[in-house]
Design a protein around this ligand. Structure first.
Ligand code: NAD
Ligand code: WQD
Length: 339
């Protein structure tokens, strides 16, 4: 298939592009580079060995989006583009609603006009809200605790409504748990701008000497070691889940399918820290501080539906995730180059 990957220069998108090409798909990318560097494209081309057409514009620009669909043959779309920082979304709610909803509106309108009806959407485990029991299942009610999370709840609902109106659509809502790790080459990885919000990028920067120590947000949760538990999934496994979901959309009768992409295993903050220390080969400095507002004690997937319906299972271990994250960070201490 010829697959348009929105946000294809970003963290998860870039890893997915590599696996799409490996699976025999033609890929084209749209990205406005608001949270990505052009250098990633050259690295993707050297890994895949193919020239990747990149369209650098903002998807909210409906005219440019329409122009792209009018001039390119596209069979399916994987829609990663969006803003993703929870804290920032609380400070700039309108920017999050505008970007994450606006980009989806112009994309889906252009798809409908050109009768392209296969869409894979990047949703998130954040749609399970604050009080969901674990493991989390796709039929749980959805809610959110911050504007970022609400954009995911809302886009899911918008896409379900599109599918009711136009039942020939085939839409996958993929709810990712906590993506971490990097391509095994160490040349593609996560490159957060500013101070990392997420655990593994923060530990990586401590390990490489860019931050003094990890601050562990709370050790008084009712979890085995008191720190919060998450379902960390290797970005390579996550990328494979997209390739599997795309294949499944070609054969399913359901207009909308929702799949959790997680391992089903919870790991604590200390589990992650210690796995990272094994990757680096020495202890890393940390201190325990108070809980972070909005955090929940435990989140992990029931990935059974994706295992069964996609024939997909996450296979990479936490040690593997940390080893790959460390290879990327140690080879690229400052992330991607600017030029
Ligand atoms: P990312 O920021 O690395 O990638 C998103 C890409 O989209 C960036 O390259 C950015 O430049 C681009 N982009 C943003 N707005 C755009 C617009 N209006 N037009 C064109 N391009 C635009 O993020 P990621 O971690 O790769 O996440 C990809 C998707 O997965 C996002 O939708 C995110 O919300 C979702 N998700 C991420 C996580 C996570 O922890 N990383 C977890 C669950 C869901
Ligand atoms: C993991 C654990 C922290 C940093 C977020 C979004 C979620 C999804 C994935 C997009 C928590 C602890 C963290 C640090 C710490 N994104 N921690 N010190 O919060 O599970 O999920 O990213 O959809 O929507 O909310 O991930 O990596 O921020 O935190 O102790 O410096 O690590 O408290 O327990 P989270 P995270």
């Amino acid at each position: 298939m010829r697959v348009l990957v929105t946000g294809g220069a970003g963290y998860i998108g870039s890893h997915t592009v590599i696996q799409l090409v490996a699976a025999g798909h033609d890929v084209l990318i749209v990205d406005n580079f608001s949270n990505a560097k052009p250098a990633v494209v050259h690295r993707l081309e050297s890994i895949t060995g193919v020239k990747l057409p990149v369209h650098a514009f903002d998807l909210r620009d409906a005219d440019r989006t329409e122009h792209l669909f009018a001039h390119e043959q596209i069979d399916a779309v994987i829609h990663f583009a969006g803003l993703k920082a929870v804290g920032e979304s609380m400070e700039q709610p309108l920017a999050y609603y505008e970007n994450n909803l606006g980009s989806t509106f112009s994309l889906v309108r252009a798809m409908a006009r050109h009768d392209i009806t296969k869409l894979v959407f990047s949703s998130s485990a954040t749609v399970y809200g604050h009080n969901a029991p674990v493991p989390m299942k796709e039929d749980f009610p959805t809610s959110a605790t911050n504007p970022y999370g609400w954009t995911k709840v809302m886009v899911e609902q918008i896409l379900r409504d599109v599918a009711v109106a136009q039942p020939r659509w085939r839409i996958a809502l993929l709810r990712y748990f906590n993506p971490v790790g990097a391509h095994p080459s160490g040349t593609i990885g996560e490159d957060p701008s500013g101070i990392p919000n997420n655990l593994v990028p923060y530990i990586s920067q401590v390990a490489v000497g860019r931050r003094e120590k990890l601050r562990i947000f709370g050790d008084d949760y009712s979890t085995p070691d008191g720190t919060a538990v998450r379902d960390y999934i290797h970005v390579e496994d996550l990328a494979a889940g997209h390739v599997a979901a795309l294949a499944r959309l070609a054969s399913t009768d359901r207009a909308v399918s929702t799949w959790n992409l997680g391992t089903g295993t919870g790991s604590s903050v200390f589990d992650v820290l210690h796995a990272f220390e094994r990757a680096v080969g020495h202890d890393l400095p940390y201190e325990v501080v108070g809980r972070r507002a909005g955090d929940i004690a435990a989140s992990y997937a029931d990935p059974g539906r994706a295992n069964e319906q996609l024939g997909w299972t996450a296979t990479r271990s936490l040690d593997n995730m940390c080893a790959d994250a460390w290879r990327w960070q140690s080879q690229n201490p400052d992330g991607y180059p600017d030029a």
